[in-house]
Design a protein around this ligand. Structure first.
Ligand code: SAH
Length: 261
């Protein structure tokens, strides 16, 4: 059975055996693992994972691929194919039925990388580790620090919840059809000691607003959200230049700011 790749669904199948093996090794699966794979495609990784873990749930949106997946997984009784749009997947329901924390893996469709990560972060109590393939520049943005051109809201958001790590690069030639750019395989490890912040949603709002105007002075970009006087007091207390711009502020600075006001 051959399923023609659908561009609109971000279908780029990982065909490089060496990279497949590298991914399986990097995830350090063990026999007690419960795994959720996002965008399982034709199931090449899926079969390899199934051999190593207790159970595996493979989510795939494409009807034709689901048919193929079920066929390819028929010898693995510890697997279950779920035809679902991951963005509509009821994580709460799914996780309630599972006692252990799960591992999430995916060579995920790039056009929905951010919403998938946002979804997963909501269920951090029930997720052990996230291993995903993302576009190379996206991976670099995740791990960036102030001073880098790639540092921004995404860096702060991801680093607030997790410790992102780029495990290795995957060349575009490892995929079929070949995408336009190279990828990175990354791990998002949830922080063992979450950062304490008074108001998490306000923190994320401040970060987003500040980076919408990354070259504007903070006192201007945040003027609708924080009274100027309060901001001045914060700068004095933390010895920060009052004309600082978002791109120079670290995640720690943003957290201090929220806890201060
Ligand atoms: N894991 C496979 C396929 C990767 S391509 C491999 O490594 O070869 C990405 C896969 O995600 C495709 O199979 C695509 O059909 C699927 N997909 C795209 N949008 C999706 C969505 N919203 N929900 C679930 N799966 C999706």
């Amino acid at each position: 059975m051959y399923v023609k790749p659908k561009k609109g669904l971000g279908q780029h199948f990982l065909i490089d055996r060496n990279i497949q093996n590298k991914i399986i090794t990097a995830c350090e699966f063990n026999p007690s693992d419960i795994v959720l794979e996002i965008g399982a495609g034709r199931g090449e990784l899926t079969c390899q994972i199934a051999k190593k873990v207790k159970s595996l749930y493979a989510i795939e949106l494409d009807k034709d691929l689901c048919t193929l997946l079920k066929k390819n997984l028929k010898d693995y009784s510890n697997t279950k194919v779920i035809r679902q749009d991951i963005l509509r997947f009821n994580f709460q329901n799914f996780l309630n039925k599972i006692e252990d924390k799960i591992k999430v893996i995916g060579n995920i469709p790039y056009y929905i990388t951010t919403p998938i990560i946002e979804q997963l972060f909501k269920y951090k109590e029930k997720i052990k580790d996230i291993f995903i393939t993302v576009q190379e520049e996206f991976a670099k943005r995740m791990i960036s620090q102030p001073g880098s051109r790639l540092y921004g809201a995404l860096s702060c958001f991801v680093q607030y919840y997790s410790e992102p790590e780029i495990l290795f690069k995957i060349k575009k030639t490892s995929f079929f059809p070949k995408p336009k750019i190279d990828s990175s395989f990354i791990r998002l490890k949830f922080r063992a000691y979450p950062i304490m912040v008074n108001d998490e949603s306000f923190l994320l709002r401040i970060i987003r607003t500040a980076f919408n105007y990354r070259r504007k002075m903070l006192k201007n970009s945040l003027k609708d959200l924080i009274p100027e006087e309060k901001l001045q007091q914060f700068f004095i207390k933390y010895n920060i230049n009052p004309s600082i711009r978002a791109e120079k502020l670290s995640l720690k600075d943003f957290i201090n700011l929220i806890n201060f006001i």
